[in-house]
Design a protein around this ligand. Sequence first.
Ligand code: 5GP
Length: 178
Amino acid sequence: MSIIRVHDKEFDLYIPQDQIERAIKKVADQLNRDMAGKNPLFLVVLNGAFMFAAELFKHLEIECEISFVKLSSYLGTSSTHVVRELIGLDHSVHGRNIILVEDIVDTGLTLRYTIDKLIKLEANEVKIATMLFKPKAFKYDYEVDYVGLEIPNDFIIGYGLDYNEHARNLPDIYKVIS
Ligand code: 5GP
């Protein structure tokens, strides 16, 4: 049975765990190659990126630091475009090579705000590592440097992603049935 119900909606199995984890391993390999010797500071954007981050870090072999920040612009199944404050930044980012770790880049608004903030705080460079990317929804021109999987503009849940705070625990990714 691959159809599940969360709140008022039905979702169908879309990306199984083994495929997600192969994609994450590919991102880790790229980071191991590109960031060796740069002592990057990984900033995991909570809540959605927690599962991606845990899997990604298991495969990282480089010297690095890991911290967690919070910032959300999403409610229900459509982006509200309300950008909130970046909270929980307990490291100095001055002169650091930052990798923002995201669950999904949709319009790109959330990250645009976060990147600007980190640049104002004088980070040396800010790169993005995201599990999922919706290129057709993306509205900005900054580089999305490391992408696990590109997906169409469907609303998805699982592997850290929620529908009104449910379904983050699912080990596979599900797509809403329209
Ligand atoms: P953006 O600012 O790029 O439009 O939105 C990014 C945020 O919206 C993500 O961090 C995530 O929280 C949420 N988001 C975007 N697309 C989806 C989706 O398909 N499913 C879920 N659950 N959240 C999404």
